[in-house]
Design a binder for this molecule. Structure first.
Ligand SMILES: Nc1nc2c(ncn2[C@@H]2O[C@H](COP(=O)(O)OP(=O)(O)OP(=O)(O)O)[C@@H](O)[C@H]2O)c(=O)[nH]1
Ligand SMILES: [Mg+2]
Length: 426
């Protein structure tokens, strides 16, 4: 079966196409508006301009030198003594969630489509332009396609691999017409993502089958750790799980309140100590509280850190050791949050963090804020770390389990719908 047809059957039937097309057109209009006059479009809340969320690395808050002191002896077995400093305001009962203003009925496909609007608009314009200029598939066509993929941040090595495979496939299927190549490109993108893992299953979050599941969030400043934790807590709670948050970012002013505000918003407990205290101790108390409340999941926030700060990376190892000691098999995920709008810098963050701690999965945030969503493929293909979750917007429901098919659907949605039209004409 044709790959576009397969994607269409998988995703398009999920939601009302006409409704979606309307939404799509609105988005395109405001996209164009954004590009033309660099003003805020109607969709401001869903697609903030990049400048609004992005913090350039060199402007990010740095840790002061004296920071180092508190880290050296960060965790000792006396941690239990700090118990009395814990504030668990919500006690045993679940906090009542504030009403969540959302359009929950959005299908996965619709969310990916909306979240990838920027990437798709740029990517499909370029591909269509390429196909219009080159009627037949030749060397030059592939060379230009290479540039299009690189400009979407797919990553040079991944692009090379992809082009080689495309050339082979095009020969194998004896494809001459560039129009047909679009579909082969979409198919190869999914294959490249999964690599040797032929099953191509969606990789959800690992869970503890018998007891407390612990997720540890790490990453540099401002990438979206705390926001993602809030979104994830909301989702897990909606699945019927009892969730506790641990405010392990004791460094940045306001970080504890920010996490607690998320906890209140989605209706889950937050365990916190005072600002400046030992993060490992907070996590320790988080585990204790989660266990005593019989919580299913504990999600640990940590302070943003630059990957070149050795002490801060050591601090993470200590936090992780506490978790390992308290719950065998934990943490069940160490999730590195990367900001998709930072492009190739995200790749170098992933490299350094995974050297310092065993990163088990990536959360790629702010995919909605970039036209370079191809970074997903580079991360998976070049670092061999699965992308587990993607942030597709700032709303509490804008977090999805990464699904390579839905992703590619999001990138090729227009073409897949066009394909349907052509098919209907036959
Ligand atoms: N558009 C968009 N914005 C996002 C997404 N995820 C997070 N943000 C925004 O990114 C900004 C930073 O998010 P935080 O969650 O505070 O980031 P952090 O990693 O916890 O930052 P530090 O605690 O300072 O290290 C906020 O304005 C979020 O609303 C997303 O998926 N899409
Ligand atoms: Mg934070």
């Amino acid at each position: 079966m044709s790959f576009f047809k397969k994607l269409k059957e998988k995703f398009v039937k999920d939601f009302d196409l006409s409704e979606d097309k309307k939404q799509e057109e609105e988005l395109k209009e405001s996209e164009e508006q954004n590009e033309l006059d660099d003003e805020e479009g109607e969709n401001k809340e869903e697609l903030p301009l990049e400048g609004e969320t992005e913090v350039p690395l060199d402007e990010q808050e740095e840790f002061p030198q004296e920071e180092d002191d508190y880290k050296e002896d960060i965790f000792t077995d006396e941690v239990e003594d700090e118990e009395n400093t814990v504030t668990d305001e919500s006690e045993d009962e679940e906090v009542d969630a504030l009403p969540v203003e959302e359009e929950e009925e959005d299908s996965i496909a619709a969310k990916f489509k909306r979240g990838l609007a920027k990437t798709r608009n740029s990517f499909s314009t370029k591909i269509n332009d390429l196909v219009a200029r080159y009627r037949t598939v030749d060397e030059d066509f592939f060379e230009e396609l290479e540039e299009v993929l690189i400009s979407a941040d797919v990553g040079v090595n991944t692009v090379m691999e992809m082009i080689d495979e495309l050339e082979m496939e095009v020969k194998r299927r004896n494809i001459k017409d560039t129009k047909q190549v679009k579909e082969v490109i979409s198919e190869k993108l999914v294959e490249i993502y999964y690599g040797d893992d032929q099953a191509g299953d969606v990789e959800g979050l690992n869970e503890n089958p018998d007891g407390l599941t612990i997720y540890l969030f790490v990453g540099v400043n401002g990438v979206g750790k705390t926001t993602t934790i809030g979104k994830l807590a909301h989702r897990l709670k909606a699945e019927g799980k009892k969730v506790t948050l641990a405010a392990g970012d004791t460094f940045r002013a306001g970080a504890i309140d920010q996490l607690e505000a998320w906890g209140d918003r989605v209706g889950v407990n937050t365990i916190k100590h005072s600002e400046g205290s030992d993060p490992a101790a907070v996590i320790f108390d988080g585990i204790k509280s989660a266990k005593s409340r019989n919580a299913d999941v504990l999600i640990c926030d940590t302070a943003g850190r630059l990957q070149n700060k050795v002490n801060l990376m050591n601090e993470l190892s200590k936090v992780k050791r506490v978790i390992e000691r308290e719950v065998p098999g934990a943490p069940h995920e160490v999730l590195l949050v990367l900001d998709a709008t930072t492009g190739q810098n995200a790749m170098s963050q992933a490299k350094t963090f995974s050297e310092a701690t065993d990163v088990s999965g990536i959360v790629l945030s702010k995919l909605d804020g970039t036209a370079k969503g191809g970074i997903v493929l580079a991360i998976r293909n070049e670092l061999d770390i699965p992308v587990k979750l993607v942030g597709l917007g700032e709303k509490v429901t804008d977090l999805e389990t990464f699904d390579a098919h839905a992703f590619v659907y999001g990138l090729f949605a227009d073409m897949i719908e066009d394909y349907e039209d052509e098919e209907n004409e036959d």
